[in-house]
Design a protein around this ligand. Structure first.
Ligand code: ATP
Ligand code: MG
Length: 377
């Protein structure tokens, strides 16, 4: 999709702003706390939900007497079609309303499918350098993005895991029946756990390949990125999403092997909830060895891979929002991001105008105190 224009009224520190966007690259530069992320958020609101999860009423400007926030976004589904569509968001004190060409958004989604955007925010760096749970969440998010039943599988697994852990809490290590009692829970967990792992691994190669390609482009081919799904159950044994039976057998064996430890620790020590993803740059684990710029480049490569997956797996072409993406990147990497992301309309924010000195084709705004001035490129 291509966002043609956007009008924002009474949204956080943006009293009133109107934009005609470039179909390729749009950059917003300005000092801290001027309204760059607020604008990115305003765009996300038009897609159904703010990425900041605000409380009711938080979007209205502080202390303002205005009673209504409104955002209107005009877009085409692709670069060729002439037909413009409109999404209009309005929020009064306690009520919010989102309409697509005048139809309630939920009904419109049934007609047109969900509109999608891909977002990089600095918190995404934790996908690479944070706890394993951040990476699991990310892989689950990507899996669910392509296959909407993934979250349901995950929900069922987590429910069964919680139930088994509750039983472990109340079980004694000396209980002679422990093994028998745990067996049926293990069967359920192994089945649901393999389901979750298969859901994750199914699109993992696709994500890995696309992320490696983008990483190549970002750094000019000097370093190689690779991803590896690390399973607490399967260890070094290779598996694909088709190996359900084999995985189930190994899963059961592993649960039986670890039952003493489980009884002592009082929780399930192996399974889909303990899996992780490793990122390697030139075969070195990124979590331990990558520089700030490399970590940022990996996170951006993942986000662009996400956009490519949406495009390849559905008819949707998402827009890409990269908030505060350029800091810590060298000139070459910045040059790629501002000039060479193809196939997607991109929105980029930066604190430093100098970071965009090589910008060659698109529109750039200076942001100050919630106002946006278009600069000649
Ligand atoms: P940075 O470069 O530090 O990320 P930014 O330009 O992205 O800065 P924003 O996150 O867009 O900054 O925030 C701009 C300002 O808007 C902040 O000072 C913030 O406190 C303010 N702000 C947030 N919510 C509201 C609101 N409801 N009303 C008025 N101002 C708000
Ligand atoms: Mg910001």
């Amino acid at each position: 999709m291509i966002i043609k224009s956007l009008s924002v009224r009474n949204f956080r520190n943006i009293a009133s702003a109107d934009f005609i966007f470039d179909p390729k690259v749009n950059i917003f530069t300005g000092n801290n706390a001027q309204g760059k992320t607020n604008l990115c958020e305003a765009i996300s609101v038009c897609f159904g939900k703010s990425f900041r999860n605000p409380k009711t009423g938080e979007l209205l400007p502080f202390g303002s007497t205005e009673k209504e926030t409104s955002i209107e976004m005009c877009f085409t589904f692709d670069n060729i079609s002439e037909k413009e569509n409109t999404i209009r968001y309005t929020q009064k004190k306690n009520t919010a309303d989102l309409k697509f060409n005048g139809i309630d958004m939920k009904d419109a989604e049934k007609l047109y499918g969900a509109l999608r955007y891909v977002l990089f925010i600095p918190e995404d760096l934790y996908i690479v350098k944070g706890d394993p749970s951040k990476r699991r969440d990310y892989i689950d998010f990507v899996s669910n993005m392509i296959n909407r039943v993934h979250n349901l599988k995950l929900y069922e697994y987590n429910k069964a895991l919680k139930q088994k852990n509750n039983i472990l809490m109340n079980m004694s290590i000396y209980d002679n029946n422990a093994g028998i009692m745990l067996e049926s829970w293990n069967e359920t967990l192994a089945k649901l756990g393999v389901n979750v792992m298969c859901g994750r691994i199914k699109y993992f190669d696709m994500l890995s390949e696309a992320a490696a390609d983008y990483y190549d482009m970002i750094n000019g081919g000097n370093e190689k990125l690779s991803l590896c799904y690390e399973s607490s159950v399967m260890g070094d044994k290779k598996f694909t999403a088709e190996d359900f039976e084999m995985m189930y057998d190994i899963y059961m064996k592993k649960l039986r092997e670890t039952s003493d430890r489980e009884l002592r620790m009082k929780y399930t020590v192996v399974g889909a909830h303990r899996d992780d993803v490793s990122f390697f740059v030139d075969n070195m684990p990124a979590k331990d060895f990558a520089s700030q710029g490399q970590i940022r480049s990996i996170a951006v490569a993942l986000k662009l891979a996400e956009a490519k997956m949406i495009k390849d797996k559905s008819d949707d072409v998402p827009i890409v929002i990269l908030d505060d993406v350029l800091s810590e990147l060298d000139g070459y990497r910045r040059g790629f991001i501002i000039n060479h992301i193809e196939n997607f309309q991109v929105f980029i924010t930066s604190c430093n105008l100098a970071d965009t000195d090589k910008f060659s084709d698109g529109r750039i705004w200076n942001v100050k105190n919630g106002t946006f001035d278009l600069i000649e490129v």
